[in-house]
Design a binder for this molecule. Structure first.
Ligand code: PMP
Length: 357
């Protein structure tokens, strides 16, 4: 291991993925060419794209109505592409505001139609997931952000609704078992749990498309065109898709989502237990809504934070400084982060606390 990498994204990748990708960068499967030098419409690359799409379908156990796409533009492009494809300009979409990323999604949806923010935890600096809210039955869809990367909160229950459910799963995709078939559209930038920056995974139900008549959708923005073209409407982000495919293969080898979920649960339990028992640290999110991917916490004596960061750096612990909006610390524990890294983090917290006692 190089360092203990708690970066929030882009973030740690499995060593074997990096090793295989580095080999493919020089010679892709004995072709005498780099993966970067082959055409995207060649058989070997089509096989990569197909395997990546099929692995998503298999690992998430998606039903046949779903199509899986690997697109450009990050999750941020989905903030616009979702309403462009699903929201009639005279109609209303329901959004739950659980932080910065939800807010950005809300802002973009307003460009295309009406938005009803049915619940928000803004008043309490996004320290919990709102529980009591009603979803208007005529809403075109309900949008949630399943894991709030910046504030460290996570939906542990899927809202029950008859309207189509849309989710930004950028920071907890593939980390835990869920009934993904309850959703109508799921999107995620792949750079946290599913690969390297450059590709966005979209799983969309065919049956919800083609219902918007009030606008023309530019070709590159229309999900139907991407589906028709096997996620190769234009040149896909080939290397990012390749790394995703390798990461998904790795996940399958680990035993898929249920197996990685067990490890993720253990990692989160170890860290939160320390946060709750160490007198120097305090969690910032309501316990029942804590994220198992991004743990956010502060020190009661903020003047010690810099010193703790320096101490951690010496221990090869990197990427734990909190986002500028929430301060303190954010320890991200994505799928590829080894359990041992969390053990090292917890040891550092214990040791620092003893030193200060
Ligand atoms: N949604 C969430 C939950 C995120 O964490 C991020 C990035 N950290 C984004 C959206 C934006 O993703 P991108 O940078 O891929 O556009």
């Amino acid at each position: 291991m190089k360092v203990h990498n708690f970066n929030a994204g882009p973030s740690v990748l499995p060593n074997e993925v990096l090793y295989k990708a580095s080999k493919a960068l020089i010679d892709f499967e004995g072709s005498g060419m780099s993966i970067l030098e082959i055409g995207h419409r060649t058989e070997p690359f089509i096989a990569v794209m197909d395997e990546a799409r099929n692995l998503v379908r298999e690992l998430m156990q998606l039903d046949d109505d779903f199509e899986v796409l690997f697109l450009h533009g990050g999750a941020t492009t989905q903030f616009m592409q979702v309403p462009m494809n699903l929201l009639e300009s005279s109609e209303t979409a329901a959004y739950v505001d659980t932080g910065v990323w939800s807010n950005k999604a809300i802002k973009e949806a307003k460009v295309f139609g009406y938005v009803d923010v049915v619940a928000s935890s803004k008043e309490s600096n996004y320290n919990h997931i709102p529980k009591q809210f009603t979803i208007p039955p005529q809403a075109s869809y309900l949008h949630i952000t399943t894991n709030n990367t910046i504030y460290g909160s996570q939906w542990h229950l899927t809202p029950v609704t008859d309207v189509p459910l849309v989710a930004d799963m950028s920071s907890d995709i593939m980390s835990r078992s869920m009934d993904f078939n309850k959703y109508s559209l799921i999107y995620a930038g792949v750079q946290k749990n599913m690969g390297a920056a450059g590709a966005t995974m979209v799983a969309v139900r065919k049956s919800i498309l083609g219902k918007v008549n009030s606008r023309k959708i530019p070709g590159i923005m229309d999900y139907r065109n991407h589906i028709e073209n096997g996620s190769m409407l234009n040149t896909p982000p080939v290397f990012a898709v390749y790394i995703s495919m390798l990461t998904l293969r790795w996940l399958k080898e680990q035993g898929g989502i249920p197996a990685i979920e067990k490890v993720n649960d253990k990692k989160a339990a170890l860290l939160y237990d320390e946060i709750d028992h160490n007198p120097l640290f305090r969690g910032t999110v309501a316990k029942e809504d804590r994220s198992k991917m991004n743990a956010c916490f502060i020190m009661d004596k903020p003047e010690m934070e810099e010193e703790f960061l320096k101490f951690c750096k010496k221990e090869d612990i990197v990427g734990i400084k909190g986002h500028r909006l929430s301060g303190g610390f954010r320890v991200s524990m994505y799928n590829a982060l080894p359990y041992e890294s969390v053990e090292v983090m917890v040891e550092a917290m214990k040791y620092f606390s003893l030193k200060k006692a």
